[in-house]
Write a protein that binds this ligand. Structure first.
Ligand code: HEM
Ligand code: HEM
Length: 241
């Protein structure tokens, strides 16, 4: 039997005909969903425009005046998306303290032994495929939560290096707060290097994340993808963690 077949058998009755009781649970509140999609749009815009800013061919296509005008738009969109992304992220941090239990900051950091056990379980079941799943979390599973936590740290790093680059081009107070970063990272070249390198972290994250969203939606059959649109997930009655 295929690996996915094993898991389907684990999540659903073995002969597929016994009725299973499902409950509808409101998991992702509106601020979490709004954060998710604003963040996704802003990040895609930042990755595309950031790539164009750093692309080696830039020197050629920015030669003519009308092309420089086009390039000005690329930079403008990068800066606009950067502000949207940063303030959206700050709103999500706030919601990590006041939101429901699925949105709480504690769901991202495995401080409890149950969360650490779940990380091992998810690695064995989903990554190594050496055992069947234990109970499945209603919100993020503990491994997904931890990976989002690392992604949030990468958000912070990218924000600091981005504003450090911006500090030499702007006189407003927010970017000017980050001027100290430039000498710390060995000058503007160092900042640019790290800011560029992290682009590839985000590109990799998005590819794996979207793949996993489809994977869990298919394997678990409880509306994973629609939950980040409408907020609701379906859960077997005896599996609300
Ligand atoms: C640039 C694109 C994307 C980024 C940066 C991104 C990022 C994230 C982050 C940070 C979270 C955690 C949300 C929180 O608790 O605040 C999350 C959750 C989620 N995302 Fe995305 N996302 C992207 C695109 C997508 C797409 C296209 C889909 C659907 C096909 C998707 C489906 C989900 C789902 C279902 C969850 C909840 C998952 C869970 O239970 O762990 N995401 N995403
Ligand atoms: C995840 C989010 C982000 C990604 C993926 C990203 C990506 C990039 C990339 C790849 C470059 C080109 C670097 C190079 O020269 O090789 C760049 C440039 C830049 N980014 Fe970002 N960036 C992000 C967020 C930010 C933020 C939050 C700011 C804050 C204002 C920012 C400000 C800048 C500035 C000022 C430049 C230099 C523009 C220029 O030289 O014309 N970025 N970004």
């Amino acid at each position: 039997m295929s690996a996915s077949g094993v898991r389907v058998k684990n999540l659903f009755p073995s002969n597929g005909s016994q009725p299973v009781e499902y409950r509808r649970i409101y998991v992702w509140e509106l601020p979490v969903r709004a954060y998710h999609w604003i963040n996704a749009l802003a990040l895609v815009a930042l990755c595309i425009t950031g790539y164009l800013i750093g692309a080696p061919v830039r020197a050629f296509y920015a030669a003519e005046a009308y092309q420089q005008y086009w390039f000005g738009w690329v930079r403008f969109i990068h800066f606009l998306a950067a502000f949207v992304y940063v303030f959206n992220f700050l709103a999500r941090l706030y919601w990590g303290f006041v939101g429901n239990k699925y949105a709480k900051w504690t769901s991202f950091i495995p401080l409890k032994s149950a969360q650490r056990k779940e990380i091992v379980d998810v690695i064995k079941a989903d990554v190594l495929e050496t055992k069947l799943h234990g109970p499945i979390s209603t919100g993020h599973n503990a491994l997904a939560g931890l990976i989002y936590f690392f992604t949030f740290l990468a958000f912070v790093f990218q924000t600091i290096t981005g504003f450090a680059l911006y500090s030499s081009m702007s006189s407003s107070w927010l970017p000017r707060m980050f001027t100290w970063v430039v000498p710390l990272m060995g000058g503007e070249f160092g900042v640019r290097f790290w800011h560029h390198l992290f682009l590839w972290f985000f590109v990799s994250f998005v590819i794996v994340h979207v793949y996993l969203a489809f994977y869990h939606d298919y394997i678990e059959g409880r509306g994973t993808i629609s939950s980040i649109v409408g907020g609701w997930k379906f859960d077997r009655v005896k599996n609300d963690k």
